[in-house]
Every structure is written in structure tokens, then in C-alpha cells.
Design a protein around this ligand. Structure first.
Ligand code: CP
Ligand code: NVA
Length: 301
């Protein structure tokens, strides 16, 4: 494993090892407090972030490493100099690059032209660190994560893509329920179907909200992702049946609710579900740090 650009690049063994290491680091933080001693990580963000930025910064500190946050205040990435030159220069000083970019191509360019590991902290296509944290969270609730039945409801987006790859590679079942025209990318679906077949997982895609019945956990995300120019007014009516509320949770028979956050309360999810007893949102947020630390330790030590 040289980078973490997408979950799809991982074998089942690598994915299972990352989840196991995340649990070990979470349970024994003192044993890893020097794991990144002498290492510096650059965090390059084109988009806003709370969880990703803070969990990487504090996580790197807990591993004994140092991180440097670069935002876009000194100019847009690729404008003052090429992404290739930027990556080559960062690689002179940094031991790894964590990047959140609009285009996934930018992350691929950083990996191609830099000489240090690159970790995708969200792009238009994928959010691998989120999916790792989410399956870490599920594996804390279910002894055998391959038996979990996860349903994702709402916009088929970067988070959906990474969850789909993760579920398929782990051999779990996932149902993706989206309004027509808002399904995940076709080539991702095709790749995930092939992976699910290989690893014994199951992927169902449908616009039928009644397909929600019989799942263990219901996951949703914002209906409009960062960088998407869609206006809420234009899609609200179409998405309304896909709101995760108490009635939908009851219909699903699901014990758990998940959301990567930030959430738009009263839009894709109601307060009662966000704050309900089955809500895993803060466990997911906490697990971002442990999952990412497992990635950092794997890539850098
Ligand atoms: N879930 C997540 O990535 O949150 P941020 O956008 O706040 O980093
Ligand atoms: N799909 C959302 C995830 C935010 C963490 C976005 O890309 O904005």
C-alpha cells in the first residue's frame, strides 16, 4: 500500500488489516505515541472541513508526528505553479500529503508527481477515510461486519462510492436508494458489482424507498455536496420521500443511523433521528481519527 486514493485500491486483507490496526491503536494509544516521530504531514485543503482537518491534525499529534495545514489563501492549487511541481516540492520536506480537492484528478496528480504517500481526504469521487471510519464503527457494533445490511439513502455521491467499495470488498450487503437521476456513477457501480461478486457481497440499487425494509443501519449524507451547483429548492420535492425520519427508520426496522456529517437537520435527516438512541454519528466522527491513524501508521512506519 503506497497511497490511499480510493478504497477500491485495497485488497480485502489490506482493508481488514487497516480496520484491525485502527481498533488496536484506539485501544492502546500509548503504544503508538511515537509511531510518526520525526515525520511531517502536509494537509492541503481546497474545500472546508471540520472533522477531517481536526481529526488528522490531532491524530498526527497523538502519533508523535507534525502536521502543516495549507489552505487556498495563498492562491488556488495549480494556478501559481502546476500541481505536479507543487507535489514534487512538497515531497522535498513532507513525509506524506493529505489532500481534499474538488477534482479527484488533482489527488491522482499529487500521487503521480510527488514521491511521498498521498491520502485522499475527500474528492468529488471518493471519501475513503470516511468509509474506513464508518466500517470501523459498524465493526464495533457487529461482530461479523460481512453480515451487516447497510442501506444508503439520498444522493449517490463521493461518500456513497467509498461505502459501496468498502461493503463489497468486505463481503457485506449494501442497498443504495436514490431518487432517479441521482444514482452513483455507472462505472463505480460496475466495479462494485464485480467486487461484490468476488468477495461474496451484495449490492442493490433502486429508487424505490420501500426497499429500505430489513436493514441494520441507515446511512444518509447531504443532498448537495461541496462543489455541486444544484439548488436545494430545485431538488427538495424530489428528495423529500428519501428524508431519514422516524417513520423511515421504523419502516427499515433499523437499529442504527449513520451520517458522515455535516448534516442539514430537517433536510436529509430529522433531529429525532440524529439525536436518537441508535445514532452512531459521534462514534463515526471519533473513529475518523483512529481509522486515519491506522492509514498513517501503515503508510509511514
Ligand atoms: N465528514 C467529513 O469529512 O467532515 P468534514 O467535511 O467536516 O471534514
Ligand atoms: N458528500 C459530502 C461529504 C462531506 C463530508 C460532500 O462532498 O460535500
Amino acid at each position: 500500500m503506497k497511497h490511499l486514493l480510493s478504497i477500491k485500491d485495497l485488497t480485502q486483507q489490506q482493508l481488514q488489516d487497516l480496520l484491525a490496526l485502527a481498533k488496536t491503536i484506539k485501544a492502546n494509544p500509548a503504544e503508538y505515541c511515537h509511531a510518526l516521530a520525526g515525520k511531517s504531514v502536509v494537509m492541503l485543503f481546497e474545500k472546508p472541513s471540520l472533522r477531517t482537518r481536526v481529526s488528522f491534525d490531532i491524530g498526527i499529534h497523538k502519533l508523535g508526528g507534525h502536521c502543516l495545514y495549507l489552505d487556498q489563501q495563498n492562491g488556488e492549487l495549480g494556478k501559481r505553479e502546476s500541481v505536479a511541481d507543487f507535489a514534487a516540492n512538497l515531497s522535498c520536506w513532507a513525509d506524506a500529503i493529505v489532500a481534499r480537492t474538488y477534482s479527484h484528478t488533482t489527488i491522482e496528480q499529487l500521487a503521480q508527481h510527488g514521491s511521498v504517500p498521498v491520502i485522499n481526504a475527500l474528492s468529488d469521487l471518493y471519501h475513503p477515510c470516511q468509509a474506513l471510519a464508518d466500517f470501523l464503527t459498524l465493526s464495533e457494533q457487529f461482530e461479523d461486519v460481512s453480515r451487516v445490511k447497510l442501506a444508503y439513502v439520498g444522493d449517490g455521491n463521493n461518500v456513497t462510492h467509498s461505502l459501496m467499495y468498502c461493503a463489497a470488498i468486505l463481503g457485506a450487503s449494501m442497498t443504495v436508494i436514490c431518487p432517479a437521476g441521482h444514482f452513483p456513477d455507472g462505472y463505480v457501480v460496475a466495479e462494485v458489482q464485480a467486487l461484490a461478486k468476488r468477495y461474496g457481497g451484495q449490492l442493490v440499487l433502486t429508487a424505490d424507498i420501500d426497499a429500505i425494509a430489513g436493514h441494520d443501519a441507515i446511512y444518509t449524507d447531504t443532498w448537495i455536496s461541496m462543489g455541486d451547483p444544484t439548488s436545494l429548492a430545485d431538488i427538495k420535492a424530489k428528495f423529500a420521500p428519501y428524508q431519514v425520519n422516524q417513520a423511515l427508520m421504523a419502516k427499515a426496522g433499523a437499529e442504527f443511523f449513520m451520517h458522515c456529517l455535516p448534516a442539514h437537520r430537517g433536510v436529509e435527516v430529522t433531529d429525532e433521528v440524529m439525536d436518537g438512541t441508535g445514532s452512531l454519528i459521534l462514534q463515526q466522527a471519533e473513529n475518523r481519527m483512529h481509522a486515519q491513524n491506522a492509514v498513517l501508521v501503515t503508510l509511514l512506519s
